[in-house]
Write a protein that binds this ligand. Structure first.
Ligand code: F6R
Length: 586
């Protein structure tokens, strides 16, 4: 999603802003822009494309001045065009803003401002903030008052930074992330600590409904009524500074390769929270578990595991669906929300709905300073470090690992979570990529891939399909094995590839029968199993492990296959088209 950055200090602003935007590229975007305050004016440069490409063409990092704002835009209102890119100046050009989020009442505000003589150039909802702020500033001639008046009129959710002609920066946060970086030579405003981590690890996390003014006095924070607010400075975890690719070609392959460690580390620093969550789950009348995309697939795994091993029933809910069926949530129940970012708007909305029914919120989240963590009674940290690749990889197995740790407690130790064994099994799959690279070459021109799995392997099949879609842009579908003959068999012919998730457990024989039925229709079979079979055109071997633990291992070869298919197709595995890492709009 959009990333915003601001700088106020002694150094040249533009290079700092461009670097910060580059560090936040993983969040997803389609255009980029920077505005700085030069001697007399606000100067704006912006364009469609990657930061590096636009910077090479327009020299964003050459803009003059010591104060500035920058933005990468992920289009919601209006096409991907230079004009719609941020920053947006007000019609007089005396204020410029960058915005992340959605202004729901922008049409109404826009027509009102047009009647008052303010003009608009873009199709965005964001430009209304620039002109509304300009209008309020024209009335009050006061930065703080104009900000208070502006936020009182905005409906929706937003974080925005405004640069005034005087060189003052001001920003507001309402249900979108905004963090202040406190440097030795200046202050930063950013959607993500990665925006300023190279310069400082001292940060203030603004709460919803707060605004900040950066000027010669320093940092002043207020609530939306104008009352001064005090905040502690937090030391940002040094792990964020490690968000470099190192020797790896892409973040995605780096993050896939980290899994022998991250699976073991998952939840390690949250053992008290895991204990508390387990007790809540044990005694709850109704338990729901929610997430979006990959995190929802992890929720499905929880349903199978907790039911099988602990006889505990939990209802998985796709977060974006809950607002259409809010009556699902019984009063005084538990909602477990899973989210890597902790900022997915759909997940936050589901939490809001559950809270209305007095549900207790437990969360499994990677970013401990996120909105979801703030909304939760119990927070279990995934602890897998920053995940920069847009496609979730190590965060998925960290989520699974925590779900397993809870399952183990719920069934009084009946699952053998041997950390060393799991880690070495994952490392074995990762040791040799050659076979997977060969298969990826074959998949290059394939149109359709189906992935079959039964019981707990079905959510792994849906997660596999999601990875293949995102990374290789090949149409992929996860199917519960038994459903094959109820429809999908009609699609099987020699142009199709089918991945069979078939570890040697209680699902093995039935899944192999499905593979035979598919093979008889001419489709190619990729078998992921610890047991060879001549049915497989390609066998990807996984190590034999305790029956309950296969899901932690069988997803790894598909992550690799998706990654290498992207490489074969010459697409960027770290930043798949049209996707964003943190989906902060509904
Ligand atoms: C898939 C993927 C997305 C996210 C989804 C939820 O690879 O990355 O499907 O899983 O947008 O994101 P979080 O977990 O941050 O709520």
């Amino acid at each position: 999603m959009c990333s915003i950055i601001g700088y106020y200090g002694d150094s040249a602003a533009a290079p700092i802003l461009v670097k910060g935007l580059k560090r936040m590229e993983y969040r997803g975007y389609d255009s980029v822009g920077v505005a700085t305050k030069s001697d007399n004016d606000i100067v704006v440069k912006k364009g469609v494309g990657k930061v590096e490409v636009v910077n090479n063409a327009l020299h964003l990092d050459n803009l003059p001045g010591h104060v500035g704002i920058g933005h990468t835009r992920w289009a919601t209102h209006g096409n991907v065009t230079d004009v719609n890119a941020h920053p947006h100046p007000s019609s007089s050009g005396k204020i410029a803003i960058v915005h992340n989020g959605i202004i729901e009442n922008y049409e109404e505000l826009k027509s009102d401002l047009e009647k008052r003589g303010y003009s608009f150039k873009s199709q965005t909802d964001s430009e209304v903030i620039a002109n509304l702020l300009q209008y309020n500033y024209d009335q009050t001639h006061d930065v703080k008052q104009s900000m208070i008046k502006t936020v009182s009129k905005l409906k929706g959710h937003y974080a925005f930074v405004a640069m005034f002609e005087s060189g003052i920066l001001s920003a507001a946060r309402f249900h979108e992330p905004l963090i202040i970086g406190i440097g030795k030579k200046g202050f930063f405003l950013s959607s993500d600590v990665l925006g300023f981590i190279e310069k400082t690890d001292d940060a203030i996390y603004l709460d919803n409904g707060e605004l900040v003014i950066l000027d010669r006095i320093g940092v002043q924070i207020f609530d939306f009524e104008g009352n001064a607010v005090k905040h502690q400075v937090t030391k940002v975890s040094k792990e964020f500074a490690d968000a470099y690719k190192g020797d790896y070609a892409h973040f995605t392959i780096k993050e896939i390769s980290e899994q022998p460690e991250t699976i073991i580390q998952a939840g390690e620093k949250s053992s008290d929270a895991i204990n508390t969550a387990t007790e809540f789950i044990r005694h709850a009348r109704s338990i729901y578990i929610t997430g979006s995309g990959t995190s929802y697939n992890a929720a499905l795994v929880a349903k199978y595991l907790w039911q099988k091993y602990a006889k505990i029933k939990v209802e998985p809910i796709i977060s974006s669906e809950l607002s259409f069926t809010p009556e699902t949530i019984e009063p005084n129940s538990i909602l477990i929300a899973i989210s890597q970012s902790g900022e997915s708007a759909d997940v936050l909305e589901a939490v809001k709905i559950a809270k209305k029914a007095n549900a207790k919120i437990l969360s499994i989240v990677n970013i401990l300073t996120s909105s979801l963590a703030q909304e939760s009674a119990v927070v279990i940290g995934m602890g897998c470090g920053p995940e920069i690749g847009v496609a979730a990889t190590k965060s998925f197995t960290a989520q699974l690992s925590i779900i397993y740790k809870i399952a183990k407690k719920l069934c009084d130790g009946c699952i053998n979570m041997d950390g060393e064994k799991i880690s070495s099994s994952v490392a074995k799959v990762l040791a040799d990529h050659s076979k997977i690279k060969e298969i990826a070459k074959e998949l290059k021109d394939v149109q359709d891939i189906y992935i079959l799995g039964r019981a707990v392997h079905y959510p792994i099949a849906t997660e596999s399909a999601l990875k293949l879609k995102e990374l290789s842009y090949i149409h992929a579908e996860g199917i519960p094995g038994g459903e094959l003959k109820h429809g999908p068999l009609a699609l099987m012919d020699s142009s199709v590839y089918v991945v069979i998730i078939n570890p040697n457990d209680f699902t093995y024989n039935d899944t192999l029968t499905s593979a035979r039925e598919i093979k008889a229709r001419g489709a190619k079979i990729i078998g992921i199993s610890d047991k060879p079979s001549d049915i497989y055109d390609h066998w990807i071997q996984i190590p034999t492990i305790d029956d309950s633990l296969y899901p932690l291992i069988e997803i790894i070869p598909i992550q690799l296959l998706s990654y290498y298919s992207a490489i074969e197709k010459n697409t960027d595995p770290d930043y798949p088209r049209n996707l964003a890492k943190s989906v902060t709009v509904k």
